[in-house]
Write a protein that binds this ligand. Structure first.
Ligand code: ATP
Ligand code: MG
Length: 390
């Protein structure tokens, strides 16, 4: 069977002159994501990316599943290709959709013709193929209004394609088409979702995790690695940067007033992320912060967190409720891992009464005893880099 995937482009169709750049990105993303399930010919034409297996060893089921996680497509279909001729289309539908016909109580044929030089209109194609199918499956009547099974026929430049139900694609923009950003990844529910949302808008992600061994355990780190691995089918290959954070946290604990522990710690995270962002030509820092969720996520606290750096901090979840964040976490498959009960560095040395409306001048005063540049340099010099594959 001439099995093929048709991946229909979303927003990039609107890109005008830049469209080729987006399309090339999309094609290279598809090639890279599918390389481990077989050899495919991947090319773009007529707002669609075509994926054709090169030989029988290609795993089309796996390729179809993988394609649903590639940002940039609104619709994904698995189809059979055949000659542009009603007889051939009928034969293909009869065999390719045999199982669907066995279950269906009624059907109709819906045709689209993007090859305008094809001599028949789409209505003629539907009528002729529908007639032949109706003879072949006499128990399945035609129902033009509420059919059980829709046989889709697309007449395109190089061939005709037959398929049943199209599925929703992942949407968004091709990863890498909107630059790169550092994404702060904790082991919680929120940051995998914010990372996913940024990737969906075409951002190549450099995940960064702050790790406070032995206050946080190896298991806590493994959990973050697993979260990054679960995100990789969406975000593409990544390198997780694990920043040793213990010394910084101990210094804060020993030298700063308790009520400012968390906000000072978060300012360190921001500074270090900016350095990683600069080294990797990133345009932004992504976090999973959501307005009012905890003391460090009030407007005042977020302003104090942003203050040490010029790199924009993007917060995809800033106005989302926890319930809605959880719904996405479930959908993208990170929720079950996120709720495993391991501690995060944010829960080490948490103040009993954190300041919810910190004043910048007070925080700057509170961090004066620390050698900030030296502590940042030390952490940056000891980063562990973990390649994340799918
Ligand atoms: P999450 O559910 O993602 O852990 P949270 O609601 O628990 O978020 P905080 O712990 O205050 O919130 O963290 C806010 C954001 O700061 C996180 O969403 C994440 O982007 C970042 N962050 C927190 N802890 C870490 C960490 N150990 N390493 C990297 N980023 C972190
Ligand atoms: Mg957290």
């Amino acid at each position: 069977m001439n099995d093929i995937l048709l991946l229909k482009q979303g927003e990039i169709v609107l890109k005008g002159l830049n469209r080729r750049i987006f399309e090339d990105k999309l094609v290279s993303n598809v090639k890279r994501r599918l390389a481990h399930v077989g050899s495919f010919r991947v090319y773009a034409s007529q707002s669609t990316v075509y994926v054709e297996p090169v030989d029988d060893s290609a795993d089309m089921d796996a390729a179809f599943e993988a394609a649903k996680q590639i940002f940039g497509f609104v619709v994904v279909v698995r189809a059979a290709a055949c000659e542009k001729d009603p007889e051939a289309i009928f034969e293909t539908a009869r065999t390719y959709l045999a199982e669907d016909f066995a279950k269906a109580r009624s059907f109709k044929v819906e045709s689209k013709r993007s090859d305008k030089s094809f001599p028949m209109t789409s209505i003629d194609v539907s009528r002729e193929v529908g007639g032949l199918l109706s003879d072949a499956f006499p128990d399945v009547p035609v129902d033009l209004h509420h059919p059980d099974l829709v046989v889709n026929v697309e007449i395109r430049e190089s061939a005709a394609y037959v398929h049943s139900v199209p599925e929703l694609g992942a949407g968004g923009m091709p990863v890498g088409s909107c630059g790169s950003a550092v994404s702060m990844l904790s082991g919680g529910i929120d940051s995998p979702v914010s990372t996913w949302m940024a990737a969906k808008r075409g951002v190549h992600i450099i995940p960064v995790h702050f790790f406070s061994f032995p206050y946080t355990s190896q298991l806590a780190k493994d959990k973050v690695v697993e979260l990054a691995r679960l995100l990789a089918p969406w975000c593409g290959r990544m390198t997780l940067e694990v920043v040793p954070f213990t010394h910084i946290q101990e210094e804060i604990r020993d030298k700063c007033p308790e009520e400012y522990f968390t906000i000072i710690m978060r300012r360190f995270m921001t500074r270090i992320c900016e350095r990683i962002a600069t080294d990797n030509s990133c345009g932004a820092i992504i976090t999973g912060e959501s307005l009012g969720q905890v003391a460090s996520q009030t407007m005042q606290a977020m302003a104090v967190t942003q203050e040490p750096v010029k790199t924009p901090i993007l917060r995809p979840l800033v106005c989302m409720d926890k319930r809605d964040i959880i719904e996405i976490a479930r959908k993208i498959g990170t929720f079950e891992t996120s709720i495993l009960p391991y501690e995060d560095c944010c829960t080490v040395f948490t103040p009993r009464h954190p300041r919810t409306r910190p004043r910048l001048s007070d925080v700057v005063e509170a961090e004066r005893p620390l050698d900030i540049p030296a502590l940042c340099d030390e952490a940056l010099a000891n980063i562990e880099r973990i390649p994340i594959r799918y």
